[in-house]
Design a protein. Structure first.
Length: 335
C-alpha cells in the first residue's frame, strides 16, 4: 500500500510540473532516509515522506526532517494514512511533533484544484481558520446581533467576539454551525501547506555526538577550533554524514557556500564509498545547489571513480593546518 502511495505521489508531482527525485533505484526497496522523494519547482524544494501511522513516529526521522527543512530552507510535505484510531480525514492538516500531515487526497486537491484545507487537527481536537472581519460583516448584513448568533450556536457572546477578532479559532462543529447560519463558505480561510513555516531551531543530536569514533571526534575538535558548526547525521536518514555551517550569522546571510555536505571516511571503512552511495550524495547536493566534500584520513586510498568527480577530497592533515573559517573556505575552493 505504501509503495502505491509513493508511485501516486510521483505521478501527481510530475503532473503539477515538479521535478521529482527518488534515491533508491528500486522503488520497492525500503527507504531509510527522512524523505521518500524530493520534489522541486523553481526555487521551492519539498521533503516528501509517507507515514502509515502518524501516532507512531520514529523520533530520529522526525528530528532529521526538522533539521533538514531548516538547514536547507526546504519544506516538509508529509503524507499520513491513519492515526491511532482511524484513517485520516481529507481536507484536514494533522499536527504531530510540530509537523503537518495530510492525506494523499488532500495533496491531490491542492496540486490539481488549488483547494487548500481549512481544518487543523491537534491532540486537543479540530479547529477551523475563519476570516473574522468577513464573519462580522456577513452577520451584520443579516441583521443578527452577537447575542442572537451566540445563542443559536450555543456559545457566549464573548467567544463569538473572539472569533470575529481572530483571537480564538472555532472548533469544526462550531464552524459548521456558523456556516449554516450565514449560508456562506466564504469565511473559511485556507491554509497554504506549500508555504508552511517551521518555527523550530535545529539542535545538534547529543546521541549522535556520543557515537563519534576516534577519527570523527578528532574532526569535531578541528572544526570547533576553526569556528565552523557541525551537525552529525550518523543514523542514516540523509545520504551524507555531516553538515557544516558558518558560525558567523552575517557570513551565512551573504554566502551560498554553506551549508556544506560532507562524507567522512577512513582507511578502515573505505568500502562504504560506492558509486551508488556517491551518486546519491552528489545528487542531493546538486538538487539543493550546495557544495559537497569528502574528508578522509591520511592513509585512505581514494577510489578511481571518486577522483573522476568534481567533489573536493580533503585529508585530515590539511585540515589540521587551517586556523579559521576563511582559510577553511579557501582550502575547499582550492580542491
Amino acid at each position: 500500500m505504501i509503495e502505491n502511495v509513493k508511485k501516486k505521489l510521483d505521478s501527481l508531482f510530475k503532473e503539477a510540473n515538479f521535478e521529482t527525485f527518488f534515491f533508491d533505484s528500486n522503488l520497492n526497496k525500503r527507504n531509510k532516509y527522512c524523505f521518500d522523494l524530493l520534489v522541486k519547482k523553481e526555487d521551492s524544494i519539498f521533503l516528501v515522506k509517507v507515514f502509515p501511522n502518524i501516532d507512531n513516529l520514529n523520533k530520529d526521522i522526525v528530528k532529521a526532517i526538522k533539521d533538514t527543512s531548516l538547514i536547507l530552507k526546504s519544506k516538509p510535505l508529509l503524507i499520513g494514512i491513519k492515526n491511532r484510531y482511524q484513517n485520516l480525514d481529507d481536507g484536514t492538516i494533522y499536527i504531530r511533533e510540530d509537523l503537518p500531515f495530510i492525506t494523499l487526497n488532500t495533496l491531490e486537491n491542492i496540486l490539481k484544484n488549488v483547494k487548500y484545507p481549512y481544518v487543523l487537527s491537534q491532540k486537543g481536537g479540530k479547529i477551523c481558520f475563519i476570516n473574522g472581519d468577513l464573519l462580522k460583516t456577513l452577520r451584520e448584513n443579516k441583521n443578527i446581533s452577537r447575542k442572537e448568533m451566540a445563542d443559536k450556536i450555543g456559545i457566549t457572546k464573548r467567544t463569538l467576539c473572539s472569533y470575529e477578532n481572530e483571537n480564538m479559532r472555532p472548533t469544526q462543529d462550531i464552524a459548521e454551525k456558523i456556516l449554516k447560519i450565514l449560508e456562506s463558505q466564504s469565511i473559511l480561510k485556507k491554509i497554504n501547506l506549500l508555504e508552511w513555516h517551521l518555527k523550530l531551531q535545529p539542535q545538534p543530536d547529543d546521541e549522535d555526538q556520543g557515537e563519534l569514533n576516534i577519527f570523527e571526534s578528532h574532526l569535531q575538535n578541528i572544526f570547533e577550533d576553526i569556528g565552523v558548526l557541525t551537525y552529525w547525521h550518523k543514523k542514516g536518514q540523509l545520504p551524507f554524514e555531516l553538515t557544516l555551517s558558518s558560525n558567523n550569522s552575517e557570513s551565512e546571510k551573504i554566502s551560498n557556500f554553506y551549508p556544506l555536505f560532507s562524507g567522512v571516511s577512513q582507511e578502515s571503512d573505505s568500502r562504504k564509498i560506492t558509486k551508488i552511495n556517491l551518486n546519491k550524495f552528489l545528487s542531493f547536493a546538486k538538487i539543493f545547489q550546495k557544495n559537497a566534500l569528502f574528508i578522509i584520513d591520511n592513509e585512505f586510498k581514494i577510489p578511481e571513480f571518486v577522483k573522476n568527480t568534481n567533489i573536493p577530497i580533503i585529508k585530515v592533515k590539511k585540515l589540521e593546518k587551517v586556523d579559521n573559517e576563511k582559510e577553511f573556505k579557501a582550502l575547499i575552493q582550492e580542491n
